[in-house]
Design a protein around this ligand. Structure first.
Ligand code: ADP
Ligand code: MG
Length: 270
């Protein structure tokens, strides 16, 4: 069965994109087949994965607004040993948030596209795709809503900084609304603490606070603050290619292993 994850937090700069691309690369290196869907008009995940995404490139914009099948835009990522694919986003996607409003079944468009792609993958590869990881924009608009309808699990990155939990209750209220009206199977699958700085008491306090709030949904591994993680995208690489022995790479490999191990079907919703 294919696990579909939405990496979401309406706050910007908390590590959504960094988490999406590095977890995806770690999962692919572990032998799993992974599709990344870039749903942020900034296209940062596309950049980090070395994809062509200049304006005009067929992208998630055409998939959402013109029903273009995902297989027509999906590119194979240069790293990932033939097991990592991604659907690029271009700046055109910035218009989708408004264009979608007038389209029929506007919240379910990504869901339908992903389901069709999962079938396509099975036919072409003779096996199921293991993960679809959706990188969401920093808002709770129609793009993120499409991700929540398509996903079974929310993967919530939380930055070890001041106001770490700010906005989280609004996010969880949105998840609740989606669950009641659009996608009853959506659950908070995992919380990942990012940009942890072991030298500060603040980081330790945030870890404690978030674990108190989310309990065992928080992955045991915490992603350290690391300059190497922030450098990798400018080379069109994930940390697994850019500096595979760095602390950030090792942390994402561990987090990927933990994610694979999370039971995700027998939990109480919430
Ligand atoms: P989001 O997608 O939530 O906006 P990003 O993943 O783009 O967040 O991260 C925001 C910025 O922080 C980027 O410049 C990124 O390179 C940097 N960054 C992310 N995670 C780390 C980390 N663990 N250590 C250092 N810098 C990081
Ligand atoms: Mg991002």
């Amino acid at each position: 069965m294919t696990r579909v994850l939405a990496v979401a937090n309406q706050k910007g700069g908390v590590g959504k994109t960094t988490t999406t691309v590095n977890l995806a690369a770690a999962l692919a290196l572990a032998g799993l087949e992974v599709l990344v869907v870039d749903l942020d008009p900034q296209g940062n995940a596309s950049t980090a994965l070395g994809l062509d995404h200049h304006s005009g490139t067929p992208s998630t914009y055409e998939v959402l607004t013109q029903d273009l099948p995902l297989e027509e835009i999906v590119q194979s990522c240069p790293e990932g040993e033939g097991r990592l694919w991604a659907a690029p986003a271009t700046i055109d996607l910035a218009g989708a948030e408004i264009e979608l409003v007038s389209l029929v079944a506007r919240e379910g468009r990504l869901d339908r596209a992903i389901q069709a792609y999962v079938e396509h993958h099975r036919e072409v590869r003779g096996r199921d795709l293991d993960f679809v990881i959706i990188d969401c924009p920093p808002s709770l608009g129609l793009l993120t809503l499409n991700a929540f309808v398509a996903a079974r699990e929310l993967l919530l990155p939380i930055q070890c900084e001041y106001y770490a939990l700010e906005g989280v209750s609004q996010l969880l209220a949105t998840v609740d609304l989606v669950r009641r009206h659009l996608n009853p199977r959506l659950e908070v699958g995992a919380v990942l603490l990012t940009m942890y700085d072991g030298r500060t008491r603040l980081s330790a306090q945030v870890v404690q606070e978030v674990r108190g709030h989310f309990g065992d949904r928080v992955l045991p591994t915490v992603i350290p603050r690391s300059v190497r993680l922030s450098e990798a995208p400018s080379y069109g690489q994930t940390i697994l290619a850019y500096d595979p022995t760095s602390s950030g790479a090792l942390a994402y490999v561990d987090a990927a292993r933990e994610l694979v191990g999370t039971a995700h079907s027998d939990r109480a919703p919430g």
